[in-house]
Write a protein that binds this ligand. Structure first.
Ligand SMILES: [Zn+2]
Length: 349
């Protein structure tokens, strides 16, 4: 059987390669790369405004709603999903990845899901850490894409789970649906961390970004596309993961300037290790959205502090609103560089 992924050698275009060579990091899977010039030429976007109390008025309902999920009991939309145990959550991931439904039509997508489960989800749970150490390289990671190239680096459990959710779940019909998806994802991250990774730190933030797919490009029957991700958790191998994220950021967006918060921290003589490119939850969600927006690209969404939302007894709008964060200077610069206009549902631009 022909390999699903087209392996290729990392090219000199990957401007952050020296960082990875230094740390002997190699991706398990590198698909064909897609530059920003290859992106969709014309994409309609959700018309959303801020703050949330006006979202209902300006949100245009998509004409084709996604059909019922083939595993209705294993959906983030399930009424009890907030209180799922870590075992339930792993079962959810295992079921979707090992037996992707017919809704996941693309074979590359199916293969990606299986790889994510086998190479990251399962081993991280077995080893009790969100990052999986390799035998020949410090960190095992995978690159995924949208069936059109693989340049989104998945470096640990939490973003693997986020990618899987983004791929398999039916989409919201209202921004509040997406807020609930993000909150439940945050809750699941917290549940997994508490039960399986107690020796590490839970990610501090989680983010969701939403765009509209151009007609004919959507997967399944859904029209809109969303992505969820966390910030990198403090744990062994975090810096290796950050370097990988940074490398792919430079490659996808074009060479980024030094991260502004990092530059400022240097000026102030402060510890700057935590403010370089790649830490933030917005990193991957913005990279994913980038595939589906064109200049002047517009993506919508929100980022939250993970813990206060996850520790609530259920999804509560007031808790969510209080946990909503404005994009940091690094992320604003990243989005500006990528020519993406960000419509933050909770903060005026
Ligand atoms: Zn940020």
């Amino acid at each position: 059987m022909a390999p699903i992924f087209r392996s290729t050698t990392l090219s000199a275009r990957f401007t952050g390669n020296h960082l990875l060579r230094k740390h002997r990091i190699h991706p398990l899977v590198v698909g064909s790369h897609q530059s920003k010039h290859d992106r969709q030429a014309k994409v309609s976007v959700l018309c959303l405004d801020t703050p949330l109390d006006v979202i209902s008025r300006c949100y245009s309902k998509p004409p084709a709603l996604p059909g019922p999920t083939p595993h209705p009991q294993w959906s983030i939309h399930h009424p009890n999903s907030w209180n799922w145990s870590s075992g339930d959550i792993i079962t959810y991931l295992e079921r979707w990845c090992s037996n992707p439904s017919d809704d996941i039509e693309n074979m590359v997508d199916r293969q990606e899901l299986r790889q994510l489960y086998n190479r990251i989800v399962q081993p991280s749970c077995e080893r009790g850490t969100p990052f999986v150490a390799g035998t020949t390289s410090p960190l095992i990671y995978l690159t995924v894409g949208h069936g059109r190239g693989s340049c989104i680096p998945i470096t640990e459990f939490y973003t693997a789970m986020g990618w899987i959710i983004s791929k398999v779940e039916s989409h919201g019909t209202h921004p509040l649906d997406y807020c609930k998806i993000l909150a439940t994802y945050a809750k699941w991250c917290h549940t997994i961390w508490k039960d399986l990774f107690p020796g590490t730190c839970v990610p501090t933030t989680a983010s969701i970004k939403v765009v509209a797919l151009p007609s004919g490009v959507s997967h399944g029957s859904a029209r809109h596309s969303f992505w969820v991700s966390t910030s990198l958790p403090h744990a062994n191998l975090k810096e290796e993961a950050r370097l990988i994220r940074e490398k792919y950021m430079h490659d996808l967006f074009g060479r980024l300037p030094d991260a502004p918060i990092y530059v400022e921290a240097i000026k102030q003589g402060e510890d700057c290790g935590r403010v370089k490119w790649g830490h933030c939850a917005e990193t991957l969600t913005t990279m994913c959205s980038y595939f589906h927006v064109s200049f002047p690209g517009l993506m919508c969404g929100v980022t939250i502090k993970l813990k206060p939302v996850a520790k609530a007894p259920k999804y509560m709008q007031v808790t969510f609103k209080n946990a909503a964060l404005e994009a940091c200077d690094n992320c604003k610069t990243m989005m500006k560089h990528a020519k993406i206009v960000y419509n933050d549902w909770y903060h005026q631009g």
